[in-house]
Design a protein around this ligand. Structure first.
Ligand code: BG6
Length: 610
């Protein structure tokens, strides 16, 4: 996934400064390479190279580029290795047309050959360059930039968004065909971007574009058109309430640590949204369905696993979990008019999830309920209904507060559903909800305070460990998977998250003296986990226990070298609290290894590609 930003200004001659300032806000979308194309006195100055926006800016002086309009692109490589020539933006055949894209062209190979056969000078192996040549092709035919952009979409297959401009025209054009795109109307500039954070430094007057729409930026304003027939659409800007400072670190060394520490404060926002008027609709969608699937990727999938245990325990309802890319081959033919897909995606742009959304919408097979954090995202606009996650922008690539918010949402929905279907009596349901609303914030803060000390010390003992397991049982199944994912994502260790009762069926063979295995426990399941701990401890393995300190575990704690303690809390809060030590352990281990946890290599915050 990549990030594009296009700006047209009224009076600026130093467009590079604002292009870099806005582009930097998209770093979490891609940091393999970055480039800026700026138009000054009818000439396009295009500078790009591999590295983060700050590295390339220091090297090429991006923020000093002159001009009154231009485009920035931050790349997460898919087609074409992360090299200078494959970096974006790109020129068309001459150095007059320039542009950049985010997304995936599914007809990349055949279209690239078609353009070369037609005489186009294709310089790179990056599919984004073909979007620029497609505009070039139709500009040659029509001599009109608006028509050229509009018609260029006919040649391109896949999910993408792109922005283009010419040295000899003052506009910047952009198209949304499956990847996110937002426009902004400022006093001195108009702007289009892949995501809201890069609009906010210019304006909070935003227009969320829909698929099949294109936008024309002029110094005096923004116009939106339908790609299909070029008809102008009446789209009034709305005021975004997202806090522009949310994308600042607030005194923390990394966004990840800031976002972990925000978790206690987001509970009331999440609960406020859940106790709003729309909740009844969401609950009815789940109740009316004959089957409920929970489809997600990465950390959102791990949160969904935790959700399945809440739905079983509190509501006696089966929630069928599936990984985004797995859902179609595994379940598509089981969908019918009464099935419900709960699509969980903090970004609302993950292609693996949008593929399922489109599969259901195009095939009219059941309903979709989004669980989404980014307002204005494709999932938010196109699901039959959506539950807002209410935890503010998450900038760090590894998910923390959004995972946490999702587990709170599932616990709440399960308690409400249980009350409505009689699994819980109203008193029990209210007890769970009160515990979420009133105890969880302080317990989360306490967990952060306690774990902050223990995990820093423990991280140092794992610095040379290259391979470990993280095991969960029952409610902590999803938590252990999330802990393992965090360690993989930001420490570059191999850490497998799995069900602890499965470990003896094969993986146990990996245990030798000192081999580390993390156990994530709750008081309810520690009787079982004790067996699993013992199976490892008696073979010399090193056991690390995450959970409440419990008397019955004491004999085993003596054998296990480490204990990452979670404060004593209501049993049903344990699955939510147990993730805190794992978030902090991976954070401190990452920093100890000299890694920037916010921008782990090869990754991206949102993958809008298959
Ligand atoms: C990955 C991110 O690209 O996508 C993960 O690195 C995230 O942190 C996963 O959990 C799913 O993202 P989303 O936006 O669909 O929840």
């Amino acid at each position: 996934m990549c990030g594009i930003t296009g700006i047209v200004s009224r009076n600026r001659i130093n467009i590079g400064e604002i292009l870099v300032k806005c582009g930097r806000k998209l770093t979490y979308r891609g940091y393999d390479s970055v480039g800026v194309a700026a138009v000054h006195n009818g000439v396009v100055d295009l500078r790009k190279d591999v590295g983060t926006i700050d590295e390339v800016n220091n090297q090429l002086g991006l923020s000093k580029m002159l001009g009154d309009r231009g485009i920035t692109q931050l790349r997460w490589a898919t087609y074409g290795a992360p090299t200078k020539v494959n970096a974006q933006p790109h020129f068309g055949c001459d150095e007059v047309l320039y542009g950049a894209h985010n997304g995936n062209l599914h007809n990349y190979y055949e279209y690239r050959q078609e353009l070369i056969d037609a005489g186009h000078i294709v310089r790179s192996e990056n599919d984004g360059e073909l979007c620029v040549h497609a505009v070039d092709k139709y500009f040659e035919k029509t001599g009109d930039m608006f028509e050229a952009v509009r018609l260029s979409t006919h040649d391109l297959k896949g999910a993408f968004a792109y922005a283009v401009g010419r040295a000899d025209t003052k506009e910047v054009y952009a198209v949304k065909m499956g990847s996110s795109l937002v426009a902004g109307v400022g006093t001195d500039e108009t702007i289009v971007s892949s995501d809201l954070p890069s609009i906010l430094p210019v304006t909070n007057q935003v227009i969320y574009l829909q698929d099949g729409e294109m936008v024309v930026l002029r110094p005096e304003g923004v116009k939106v058109y339908r790609v299909e027939d070029g008809k102008e659409l009446d789209r009034t800007p709305e005021v975004s309430k997202v806090d522009a400072h949310a994308a600042e670190k607030g005194g923390f060394p990394h966004f990840m640590l800031k976002e972990i520490n925000e978790q206690p404060t987001i509970v009331q926002d999440v609960m406020g949204l859940l106790q709003g008027a729309k909740c009844d609709e969401w609950l009815r969608m789940i109740e009316d369905a004959n089957r409920v699937y929970l489809v997600a990727c990465g950390s959102s999938h791990n949160a969904g696993i935790v959700g399945t245990y809440y739905f079983n325990r509190l509501a006696g309802l089966p929630l069928i979990p599936a990984i985004g890319g797995q859902f179609e081959p595994m379940y598509a033919n089981t969908l019918d008019d009464d099935s419900l897909c709960v699509l969980v995606s903090q970004s609302g742009e993950t292609k693996d999830i949008l593929n399922i959304l489109n599969l259901i919408r195009n095939g009219n097979r059941g309903k979709t309920l989004g669980v989404v954090n980014v307002i204005g995202s494709t999932l938010m606009f196109n699901a039959d209904s959506y539950i807002p996650m209410g935890c503010g922008y998450e900038v760090s690539v590894p998910a923390t507060k959004t995972y946490y918010s999702q587990t709170v949402i599932f616990a709440y929905l399960a308690a409400k559903l249980g009350e409505r279907n009689g699994t819980l009596d109203p008193k029990e349901s209210r007890a769970v909800i009160n515990s979420l609303a009133n105890d969880l914030p302080s317990m989360t803060q306490k967990a952060i305070d306690v774990a902050g000390i223990q995990t820093k010390e423990l991280a140092r003992t794992l610095i040379d460990v290259s391979d470990l397991y993280c095991l969960g049982y029952g409610f902590t199944d999803g938590v252990a998977r999330e802990g393992a994912l965090k360690i993989k994502e930001i420490c570059y260790n191999h850490c497998e998250g799995m069900y602890s009762s499965e470990f003896k069926h094969g993986p146990l063979s990996i245990v030798t003296d000192g081999y580390p295995v993390i156990f994530v426990t709750t008081p309810e399941d520690s009787w079982m986990v004790i067996n699993h701990i013992n199976e490892i401890a008696c073979r010399g393995g090193r056991t690390i226990i995450v959970g409440e300190r419990e008397e019955k575990l004491t004999p085993y704690v003596a054998k296990s070298v480490d204990y990452l303690e979670v404060p004593k809390a209501d049993l049903l809060l344990n699955p939510i609290l147990d993730v805190i030590p794992l978030q902090l352990l991976s954070y401190f281990l990452s920093v100890d290894k000299g890694i920037n946890p916010d921008l782990p290599r090869n990754l991206s915050k949102t993958l809008t590609v298959d």
